[in-house]
Design a protein around this ligand. Structure first.
Ligand SMILES: Nc1ncnc2c1ncn2[C@@H]1O[C@H](COP(=O)(O)OP(=O)(O)OP(=O)(O)O)[C@@H](O)[C@H]1O
Ligand SMILES: [Mg+2]
Length: 270
């Protein structure tokens, strides 16, 4: 297939640059992942690796397969073929619940926060602290821990008791990221987290991504915002019609180069 010819790939996280003793097993890996919808191949033979503390950008035109890949990585969609590995161990995710148990959290653009619930309730949704024989919700503890989590990430929300529906889009994204961090996730998958956000809010999510990566969480960031992708990501994986055509190290590429790969123009150049 033409798309594979002239493709450019690099070792994940730059093996040569990795400090001695650093992890060499990816936190999360996709091998030869293919997903078909009828006659449409949304993904074909996709390989992806995410190392601890690495931010991997996944970019491509509309319909290139980015969201399909994220959905497969979190178990919302099953691959037609290929395999997933967590810490080098083959896994099968039947639902996002399975992937969450392995420390993988996903944040979608239209993410699933319950707008009627408070910020603290959202952060603890499905993992509530309870007290005593009657298993009464320990709201004070949840509020305290939610506050600590937001504070540690410098997320400004006036009260964790505020109804989530009253927050801005950016604040909601931040709460979703905080939730993932609080639960000690190993990998954070972000599918266009900043698409609907204003400049400042989008910057904030960018800072959160960097902060999370410093804590050795691996991040997969899907975005159409090329300057942000280039600024935040250690590696940028380019999908073109469901195939990986380039795997670029940040220091070896720039926004214009990435765009050439996205459009396919770089294929005829190389
Ligand atoms: N549930 C589905 N049923 C049928 N086809 C689908 C389904 N989900 C995705 N596809 C197809 O798979 C291809 C990849 O879609 P996907 O949503 O992964 O693209 P994307 O890269 O996320 O695009 P965008 O940038 O617009 O979000 C598209 O051709 C799409 O129409
Ligand atoms: Mg998408």
């Amino acid at each position: 297939m033409a798309a594979a010819v002239g493709s450019r790939t690099c070792a994940p996280a730059g093996a040569a640059e990795r400090p001695p003793g650093a992890a060499t097993v990816p936190l999360l890996e996709a091998r030869g992942v293919t997903r078909r919808y009828g006659n449409v191949a949304a993904l074909s033979g996709v390989d992806l690796q995410v190392m601890p503390g690495e931010v991997v950008g996944v970019v491509g035109d509309n319909g290139a397969g980015k969201s399909t890949l994220v959905k497969i990585l979190c178990g919302a969609v099953q691959p037609s073929s290929g395999e997933l590995l967590v810490n080098g161990e083959p896994v099968t995710f039947r639902s996002p619940k399975d992937s969450r148990q392995r420390g993988i959290e996903v944040v979608y653009q239209d993410l699933a926060l319950a707008t009627e619930l408070s910020v603290a309730d959202n952060i603890f949704l499905g993992r509530e602290h309870r007290n005593g024989l009657l298993r009464v919700l320990d709201r004070a503890r949840m509020a305290r821990e939610a506050e600590e989590a937001l504070k540690s990430l410098a997320i400004e929300i006036h009260s964790v008791k505020a109804r989530t529906g009253l927050l801005s889009g950016g604040q909601r994204q931040a709460v979703a990221v905080a939730r993932a961090v609080l639960w000690g996730s190993n990998v954070l998958l972000l599918d266009e987290p900043t698409a609907a956000l204003a400049v400042m809010e989008s910057e904030k999510i960018g800072q959160l991504v960097s902060e999370v990566a410093k804590r050795q969480v691996g991040v997969v960031l899907v975005s159409h915002n090329m300057p942000q992708v280039h600024a935040l990501c250690d590696r940028i994986v380019v999908l073109l019609r469901g195939r990986v055509v380039a795997d670029l190290r940040r220091d070896e590429t720039d926004v214009q180069d990435i765009v050439m790969w996205i459009t396919g123009a770089a294929l005829s150049r190389n």
